[in-house]
Each structure stands twice: as C-alpha cells, then as structure tokens.
Design a protein around this ligand. Structure first.
Ligand SMILES: NC(=O)c1ccc[n+]([C@@H]2O[C@H](COP(=O)([O-])OP(=O)(O)OC[C@H]3O[C@@H](n4cnc5c(N)ncnc54)[C@H](O)[C@@H]3O)[C@@H](O)[C@H]2O)c1
Length: 386
C-alpha cells in the first residue's frame, strides 16, 4: 500500500532550508521534522517551519517517520545513510553518496536487501546542458560517444564564511566531491567509468585550508585533474578545482563529442545553435541589456529560471510560488524522490547510479596520491529491472 511520506531532515544548515520548504509543500508528503546536533539550530528550524525538532539524528530516527533527508557535512553521509536504511527508512541524501568506497558498496547492498528507496540529490543531472547532451546522444544524432569534458570549479573564496572557518572540513580532497562533473557526462552517455589516472595541484597559498595537520584528511591538494576510460570505449576528462580563478558557471559540460556530432560550451552562447533551449528563459529575455555579458558572467538568471529544455510542467502546482536553486534543479530533485518513495520505484539517481557518480572520484584521489598511477574503478553493477 502506498504510504504518504513522513520525512525527517537532518542538518539545519545553509542548503536544507529550500528543500524543507519543498518537502512541506509536496502533495505526497504528510509530515516533516528536523534534527541538528547543535540544539539551537534544530530549535530555530523547528520554530521557523513549525515542525517537531530533535537535537540528534538518532533521536529523530525514533520518531514517527518513514524517510530521512540528509543535509549534514559530506563525510557524514555514508554512515548516516547506512544507519537510516538499517532502521527501515527511505533515504534522500545530498551529494556525495559517501567518502569511502566500502560505504557506497554497503548502501547498494542494503537497498538491494531491503527494497527501500535511496536517492542521491544530484543537482547537475537536471542542468540544461546535461539534458541536452543526453537527448542528442540518445537520439543517435551524435553517433558513438568519443570524448567529454566536465568540471566543477568552486573557488574557496566563494564559499560562505561559515564554511571557510570550518578548517577541519573545508580542505576536503576535491575528488571526494566528484558527483557534479561526473554525473553530467555519465547521465548523458548512460555509461560508467572503469579506469582512471589523475594528478593534483599542491596548494601554495598562504592560508591554512589545504595544509597537513589542519583538515581531517591531511589534504594539501586544492585542484585535481583526471582522465577516465568509460565502459562504452569513450574517454572523459573530469576536473575538480577549489582554488581556481573562475567565477561562473561552476559545474558545466565544456565538451561532449560523438562520432557524428558534438556539443561545446561558451559562456552565453552554446555552439550547435542551442542557446535558446539550454539557457535560462530569463537570460534569453534579457539578452538586449547593455550589461548582459557582465550579468551572465556573474551567474545571474541561473538559479531560479527554467530553460526551455527542462520540463517543469510535470511539477506539483503547489511549487509554483516557491524558490528554486542550482539551475532550477531543486524542485525536480524533491519531486523525483517523493514520487519514488511513495510509489516504491527506482529514483533517478538511485544507489547503483550514485555509486557510479561517486566511486570514480574516490579512486581518482588514490591515483593523485600515487602520482597518476592508472587504477581500476570498482563497479556495483546495474539496478534491478522493475
Ligand atoms: N549543489 C549541491 O548539490 C549542493 C550544494 C550545497 C550543499 N550541498 C550538500 O549539502 C550538505 C549540507 O551543506 P550545507 O552548506 O547546508 O552545510 P552546513 O554546514 O551549513 O549545514 C550542515 C548542518 O549539519 C549539522 N550537523 C553536522 N554534523 C551533524 C551530526 N552529526 N548530526 C546532526 N547534524 C549535524 C550542522 O550543525 C549544520 O547545521 C553537504 O553535504 C553538501 O555537500 C550540495
């Protein structure tokens, strides 16, 4: 029997606010509660949204909920997801899936065993460039996949002060957060990475972010670059850069080539004459403004406004007045999770797919540490056919 979703959201930080609003308004959601290990944060969110609140994840798991959404720091995701699945809850988790390969594998096994829904909230598969490449590739117009390039550029100076001051966590190895760039090309090709070679840039700046003895990984690498071989014979170049003089966009496919056609990115104009379908509508409407290029370079119009290629008509009407985020992906994420948890179906980025978007980065970091040694990437296989 289909049961409405009673969701507990853990992590009352910067990112979860918008998603709590989306859960509260979703027609398949019956109730929402929140938790944070800083009691004032839990109380603040509880009062702001008028919902029950708890000062620990464990206490929230004992409440009357059938699903959890995890918005805590990255390195906590694996253990929290495993615990929630063991307690019989469906799980929505912010990216990445986990910081250890064994945790990714355990999550896949638990989902297989329990039949529960797990979805990783990967924003970038809903980005217009990903949808465009996927549609063109699947239609056969691009021919066989040859080569792709994607990157996630997020300079440390663009993080909030709260994150920059968290010196234990801010210096995380860039390849521990590989899902934005990997998911864009992998979702388009439908393939997965089998081998990687990677190099890192040892940070030289005069601050304590990427320094030994400061962050919990003793990591000194701020930028990392990889080449991966895919199971379909193609090759991708994936970069994860956190000390880089780039402002916007942060996550994007820069090139995607098949034997018959390709997609190339340039800031406000996509070669292949696709600007109108992949650019946010608000950007196209404002293209006559004198400071148009400046505004595009500053990432204006790329938060809330849909691009024509994103099919937002399928979203609940209750969402119309709510804020969106990350190239208008947030509403698709929560709608996809709620439908999957309610209908007991496989969500878009299910456990098997999430493992393919996460594990290659963890292996790439190992290759960085071994000065580019090519390494095989373990694969968890395909999800069961429904
Ligand atoms: N585009 C994207 O997909 C995207 C963008 C931003 C953030 N994120 C992800 O969202 C997550 C949260 O990011 P954020 O910016 O909100 O971080 P944040 O630091 O603002 O919030 C994290 C919250 O978790 C709480 N917390 C930490 N450890 C906890 C524990 N053991 N038990 C309970 N609560 C705990 C903290 O007190 C804090 O309130 C991160 O994993 C990040 O990777 C994804």
């Amino acid at each position: 029997m289909n049961e409405k979703i009673k969701i507990g959201v853990v992590g009352c930080g910067e990112f979860s606010i918008n998603f709590i609003r989306l859960f509260l308004k979703h027609p398949l959601v019956e109730s929402v509660c929140v938790a944070d290990n800083i009691p004032e944060k839990a109380k603040n969110f509880g009062e702001m949204f008028n919902v029950s609140y708890y000062d620990s994840f464990e206490k929230m798991l004992e409440a009357d909920i059938n699903a959890v959404a995890i918005f805590t720091p990255r390195h906590t995701h694996g253990p929290f997801v495993i615990k929630a699945l063991q307690c019989g809850k469906n799980v929505y988790s912010a990216v990445p899936m986990a910081s250890e390969i064994t945790h990714c594998q355990e999550i896949v096994e638990l989902v297989k065993k329990t039949g529960l829904v797990y979805m990783m909230g990967e924003t970038c598969i809903y980005y217009p460039c990903s949808i465009f490449c996927k549609q063109k590739y699947e239609s056969g117009e691009m021919g066989n996949f040859v080569y792709g390039e994607a990157q996630y550029h997020h300079d440390i100076s663009h993080f909030s002060e709260h994150h920059r001051n968290d010196l234990k966590a801010i210096g995380v190895p860039p390849f521990f957060y590989p899902t934005h760039s990997l998911s864009m090309v992998l979702s388009a090709t439908g393939s997965y990475a089998t081998k990687v070679t990677a190099f890192g840039y040892n940070d030289v700046e005069d601050d304590p972010v990427f320094k030994k003895g400061v962050n919990i990984w003793d990591n000194t690498i701020s930028n990392a670059f990889s080449l991966m071989r895919l199971a379909n014979g193609g090759v991708i170049r994936i970069n994860e850069c956190r000390r880089i003089g780039a402002k916007a966009p942060s996550s994007y496919i820069s090139a995607f080539y098949g034997t018959k056609g390709g997609y190339q990115f340039s800031n406000a104009q996509h070669i292949f004459n696709v600007s109108d379908c992949v650019n946010p509508i608000a950007m196209t409407e404002n293209s006559d403004l004198p400071d148009f290029k400046q505004r595009v370079a500053n990432h204006e119009w790329q938060w809330d406004s849909y691009a024509p290629i994103q099919d937002h008509r399928r979203l609940p009407k209750e969402y119309e007045s709510l804020e969106n985020g990350h190239m208008a992906s947030h509403k698709f994420l929560i709608d996809d999770f709620c439908r999957a948890a309610y209908n007991h179906t496989l969500p878009t980025v299910n456990a098997w797919v999430a493992a393919r978007y996460t594990i290659p980065g963890l292996v790439a970091f190992e290759s960085v540490k071994r000065d580019g040694q090519p390494l095989d990437i373990p694969d968890c296989g395909e999800p069961p056919i429904e």
